[in-house]
Design a protein around this ligand. Structure first.
Ligand SMILES: Nc1nc2c(c(=O)[nH]1)N[C@H]1C(S)=C(S)[C@@H](COP(=O)(O)OP(=O)(O)OC[C@H]3O[C@@H](n4cnc5c(=O)[nH]c(N)nc54)[C@H](O)[C@@H]3O)O[C@H]1N2
Ligand SMILES: Nc1nc2c(c(=O)[nH]1)N[C@H]1C(S)=C(S)[C@@H](COP(=O)(O)OP(=O)(O)OC[C@H]3O[C@@H](n4cnc5c(=O)[nH]c(N)nc54)[C@H](O)[C@@H]3O)O[C@H]1N2
Ligand SMILES: [Mo]
Length: 768
C-alpha cells in the first residue's frame, strides 16, 4: 500500500502555538480550599454575580437543575440548603451561563478563517450563541428560524435515501428531546444515530449486556456506603467525577477499603478533602486508596487475570474464596473459564500488567478478605482494542465472588455526559432492539426502519466516501471529539449540509459542508417557557435514577429555542402531513411527551407523577436483583485474552486524557492543577528513564508521529514533561492529540476508537 502522510501543519486543525508552560509538583491531595476558590473564580469571572449565586443554590438541588457536568448520582435525604456540587460542575455552569454573548456583529467582525486560527479555549470563551446563523461566503450571518428549518427540510427531502443523512447526539440532551429526536429520525426513515456514547461507554454497554444482560451498571449510591471494597479502575474521579469522592469517603468512614488501578497516581484517587465539610477541610481530609496499582496502559486484563489466578490458588488451598452457591445457581460458562484460568502463565501476566507481584498478592488478599465489592471504571478501560474484554474481565471477578446484585456490591461504569445513559434509554441508538422498534410501531402506527445505522466511526467513513451527505448534530463537537481529526474534517467538508444545535461556538462549526447552519438552543441552566408555562426536562444518572431538571436563569436571547422545540419544528418542516405525531402540541407541554415515553418504554409508568417526586425514581435493572436477562438467563463467565503487544525501540503507547480544566472539547482553562501542569495543553507526559533513552529533556519540543495501516499521522509541537508514568507509556490531552488516533483503530465489538492506546514515536520538532 502506498504510504500517505496527512496532518501537515499547513492545514492544522488545532492551532499549534504555546501558551507558556509552568510546572509545579503534582498535588498529593484533591479538592479542598483551592478547588472552592477555583470554582468561585470561574463563576464570578464569566457570569453575572446574581446569576452565579442563584445557580449555586439550585444545582443538583431538588426542584433545581441537573448539573451539566457529569452523570454521578445525587445523595438523597441529606440535603443542606446547598445542593451537592463541585468545582468542575461550577466551571461547566459558568461556561454555559456566561455573560458573554455572540451577536451578528461578532460574526461580521470575525471571518470563519480567522476563527479557525483561534484556540479551542478562545473559541469557547467567546460566549453563548444567540440567534440562528448560516454561513455565507466567509462569514456567518443571521437567518430566521423558519428559513433555517426550510433549508434543512429541502436537503433532507431531496435525498434519494434517508440513510444518506446522519443524526448525531451528544449526551446532554434531555430524555424528552432525545425521545422526540429518535422518533423524528425513525419516521424520516433511518437508524443513523451515532452518539457520543459510541466513543465513551459503548464498550461497557456491550460487555455488560453480554455478561449480565443489561448495558448499565448495577449499583446505587447507597451501595457505595455499604461496600467492603471498591476498585476504581481506569478512571480519574478527582477531575471528572469529583462528587464521587464524597461517596468513596463515606465508604471509607464505614470501614471500606479502596484499590486504585491507573497508570498515573491521580491526586483524586490517593487523597481527598471534602470541600463541603469545614471540619474535614481543617483536619486535612483522608487518604483514599489503600492500595495503588500502577498498571501499564492496557495491562488491566493481565492484572485482573493475575488476581483471579491467585484467588484460584487460595480457593484450592484454603477454600471459601469462590461463591459456589452463586456460581452454580446464577452463572454459565464457569467450567470453560476455570479451565482457561488454570492454564494462565502467572509470571507472564505479572509482566504484562506492569504491576509488581507483591502488590498483586496484596490485592488478592484484600479481595479475599472482603465480601462485598464494587468495581468502578471509565475511559481507561473502554477505549482500547480489547475494551469489551476489559469490561467482561471485571464481571468475571465479580461473578467469582458472587459480588453483584447484593447490597454494597456490583458493577459501576461511571458515565460521562450527564444524560448519556438516558439518551440510550430513549432510543438514541444506531442498533436498536427489535422490541423497542415494535413498541414504536405500536404506539405511533408507523413502520420504523429495521436496518441498523451508522455508529460514530461508520458515520465518519460514510461521509468520507460520500455515502452520506447531510450531517445533523444535536449538541456536541463532532470534529474535535472524534478520532483522526484531518480525516473527519474531510468527511464533514464532503457533506452538502452540516447543522449544529449548540449552546456555544465550537470547532465543528468552522469545518463544514457546502451549506452550514448553527441553531442556538437553551441549556440546562436556562428557564424553558412554552405555551403551558415553564417546563422542566428529565435525565437519567449513572445509577439509573430518572430525575427532573428545571433551568433557573433568564435565557440570554429571545431567539433561543429549547431542543424540544427545535426538534418539533424540524419534524413538521421535514415530515409534514406524513407524520401523525402532534408535534405542535407536544412542544406546548412536556408532560405530553412524557406520556408518550411512558407508553413506549418499560419502567416509565406514572412518569409524570414520579418525576415530580423530589428524588425521582429508579428504572428497573435486572442485574441489580440477580435477574440476568441474557440469552442463557444467567450471568455469563467469558474468556478474555490479555492484551499483548510489543513496542519497537523508540515507540510509545499513548493515552489521551482530560486535564482538570476541560469538559471534553470545552476548554475551561489552561491548567491541570492536580498534575502540576499549568498554562499549557500541548504537553506530552513521559517517564524520566524514557526521556534519557530518547535523549530529550524537560521543555524540549517534539512532534508526535503515528503509523497505522500504511498511513502516517503527525501532531506537531508538544512539550516534554517528566511524569510518574510507567516506562513505555506516554500521555497527551484530547482533543489536541486526536489527529493521531486512526479512524480504523477501534475496539472489537463496540467500535469505540482506541483513544487510550495509540502507538507513536517522537521526532525532535523543527520549530522550537
Ligand atoms: N471535569 C470534567 N468532567 C468530566 C469530563 C470532562 O472532560 N471534564 N468528561 C465526562 C465524560 S464524557 C466522561 S466519559 C468521563 C471521563 O472520565 P475518565 O474516564 O476519568 O476520563 P479520562 O481523562 O479519559 O481518564 C481516564 C483515566 O484512565 C487512566 N487510564 C488510561 N489508560 C488506562 C489503562 O489502560 N488502564 C487503566 N487502569 N487506566 C487507564 C488515565 O490515567 C486516567 O486517569 O468524565 C465525565 N466528566
Ligand atoms: N482522544 C480522545 N477522544 C475522545 C475521548 C477521549 O478520552 N480521548 N473521549 C470521548 C468521550 S468519552 C466523549 S463523551 C466524546 C464527547 O463528545 P461530544 O459530546 O461531541 O463533545 P463535547 O465536547 O462534550 O461537546 C461540547 C459542545 O456541546 C454543546 N453543548 C453544550 N451543552 C449543550 C446543550 O445543552 N445542548 C446542545 N444542543 N448543545 C450543547 C456546546 O456547543 C459545546 O461546544 O469525546 C470522545 N473523544
Ligand atoms: Mo464520555
Amino acid at each position: 500500500m502506498e504510504k500517505e502522510t496527512i496532518n501537515d501543519s499547513t492545514n492544522a486543525l488545532t492551532p499549534e502555538g504555546f501558551t507558556g508552560l509552568k510546572l509545579k509538583k503534582p498535588a498529593a491531595k484533591a479538592v479542598g480550599m483551592p478547588a472552592i476558590t477555583s470554582a468561585m473564580k470561574h463563576a464570578f469571572k464569566w457570569m453575572d454575580a446574581g446569576d452565579a449565586v442563584k445557580v449555586m443554590f439550585k444545582v443538583n438541588q431538588k426542584g433545581g437543575f441537573d448539573c451539566p457536568s457529569c452523570a454521578w448520582a445525587d445523595p438523597d435525604g441529606e440535603r443542606s440548603h446547598l445542593g451537592e456540587y463541585c468545582e468542575n460542575g461550577m466551571k461547566a455552569i459558568a461556561e454555559e451561563a456566561t455573560n458573554r454573548h455572540l451577536t451578528a456583529e461578532f460574526f461580521k467582525k470575525h471571518s470563519i478563517q480567522e476563527l479557525s486560527s483561534w484556540s479551542d479555549y478562545q473559541i469557547g470563551k467567546s460566549g453563548r450563541l444567540t440567534e440562528p446563523m448560516i454561513l455565507r461566503g466567509s462569514h456567518y450571518e443571521p437567518i430566521s428560524w423558519s428559513d433555517a428549518f426550510a433549508t434543512i427540510a429541502s436537503h433532507l427531502t431531496a435525498l434519494r435515501n434517508p440513510n444518506e443523512a446522519i443524526f448525531y447526539t451528544s449526551g446532554r440532551t434531555s430524555n424528552e428531546a432525545a425521545f422526540l429526536y429518535q422518533l423524528f429520525i425513525r419516521q424520516f426513515g433511518t437508524n443513523n444515530m451515532p452518539d457520543c456514547s459510541n466513543m465513551c461507554h459503548e464498550s461497557s454497554g456491550k460487555g455488560l449486556m453480554n455478561t449480565v444482560g443489561i448495558g448499565k451498571g448495577s449499583v446505587t449510591l447507597e451501595d457505595f456506603y455499604k461496600a467492603d471494597l471498591v476498585m476504581v479502575i481506569g478512571q480519574n474521579p478527582g477531575t471528572n467525577h469529583p462528587r464521587m469522592l464524597s461517596a468513596l469517603e463515606k465508604c471509607k468512614e464505614n470501614g471500606g477499603k479502596i484499590i486504585a488501578v491507573n497508570p498515573l497516581p491521580e491526586a483524586g484517587l490517593l487523597h481527598y478533602i471534602n470541600p463541603q465539610s469545614v471540619g474535614k477541610m481543617i483536619t486535612g481530609g483522608i487518604p483514599l486508596a489503600d492500595l495503588f496499582l500502577q498498571v501499564k496502559i492496557n495491562g488491566d486484563i493481565a492484572l485482573l487475570k493475575a488476581i483471579m489466578f491467585l484467588l484460584l490458588e487460595k480457593e484450592k488451598n484454603i477454600g471459601g474464596v469462590f461463591d459456589w452457591d452463586f456460581i452454580k445457581s446464577k452463572t454459565e460458562g464457569f467450567d470453560a473459564f476455570l479451565e482457561d484460568l488454570k492454564q494462565a502463565d502467572f509470571q507472564q501476566l505479572v509482566r504484562l500488567s506492569g504491576v509488581p507481584e507483591t502488590q498483586i498478592l496484596q490485592a488478592a488478599d484484600m479481595i479475599c478478605a472482603r465480601k462485598n465489592m464494587i468495581i468502578c471504571w471509565a475511559m481507561g478501560l473502554t477505549q482500547h482494542k480489547n475494551a469489551v474484554g476489559n469490561v467482561q474481565e471485571i464481571v468475571n471477578l465479580l461473578l467469582l465472588r458472587g459480588s453483584i446484585g447484593r447490597e454494597g456490591a456490583g458493577t459501576c461504569p461511571v458515565r460521562g455526559h450527564s444524560n448519556v445513559q438516558g439518551d440510550r434509554t430513549m432510543g438514541i441508538w444506531e442498533a436498536p432492539k427489535e422490541a423497542f422498534l415494535d413498541s414504536l410501531k405500536k404506539v405511533f402506527d408507523f413502520e420504523p426502519p429495521r436496518q441498523h445505522g451508522y455508529d460514530t466511526v461508520a458515520a465518519i467513513q460514510a461521509m468520507h466516501n460520500r455515502k452520506a451527505s447531510v450531517f445533523f448534530a444535536l449538541g456536541g463537537n463532532f470534529l474535535s471529539a472524534t478520532p483522526d481529526t484531518e480525516f473527519t474534517a474531510e468527511a464533514l467538508r464532503r457533506c452538502d449540509l452540516t447543522v449544529h444545535v449548540s449552546t456555544k461556538l465550537n470547532r465543528s462549526h468552522l469545518v463544514h459542508g457546502k451549506t452550514v447552519l448553527i441553531l442556538p438552543c437553551l441549556g440546562r441552566t436556562d428557564i424553558d417557557r412554552q405555551a403551558s408555562g415553564e417546563q422542566f426536562v428529565s435525565c437519567e444518572n449513572s445509577m439509573g435514577v430518572v430525575h427532573s431538571s428545571r433551568g433557573v436563569l433568564e435565557p440570554c436571547s429571545p431567539y433561543l429555542k429549547s431542543e424540544v422545540a427545535i426538534i418539533c419544528e424540524l419534524a413538521q418542516a421535514v415530515l409534514g402531513q406524513k407524520s401523525r405525531v402532534k408535534w405542535a402540541e407536544l412542544v406546548k407541554n412536556y408532560d405530553l411527551i412524557r406520556d408518550l415515553i411512558e407508553k413506549t418504554i418499560e419502567g416509565f409508568n406514572d412518569y409524570n407523577k414520579r418525576i415530580r417526586q423530589p428524588e425521582g425514581f429508579y428504572l428497573p435493572n435486572g442485574s441489580r436483583v440477580q435477574d440476568f436477562k441474557t440469552v442463557t438467563g444467567k450471568a455469563n463467565f467469558t474468556i478474555n485474552k490479555p492484551a499483548e503487544w510489543s513496542l519497537k525501540k523508540g515507540e510509545y503507547m499513548m493515552m489521551t486524557i482530560r486535564s482538570h480544566d476541560q469538559f471534553n472539547t470545552t476548554i475551561y482553562g489552561l491548567d491541570d492543577r492536580y498534575r502540576g501542569i499549568f498554562n499549557e495543553r500541548r504537553v506530552i507526559l513521559m517517564n524520566e528513564k524514557d526521556m534519557t533513552t530518547e535523549g530529550v529533556k524537560m521543555g524540549d519540543v517534539v512532534d508526535l508521529v503515528g503509523e497505522y495501516n500504511g498511513v502516517t499521522r503527525e501532531a506537531k509541537r508538544f512539550i516534554v514533561v517528566p511524569f510518574d508514568i510507567p516506562q513505555g507509556d506516554v500521555a497527551t490531552y484530547f482533543p489536541e492529540a486526536n489527529t493521531l488516533i486512526p479512524i480504523d483503530s477501534f475496539a472489537d465489538v463496540s467500535h469505540t476508537p482506541t483513544s487510550k492506546s495509540v502507538v507513536i514515536t517522537l521526532r525532535r520538532s523543527m520549530s522550537q
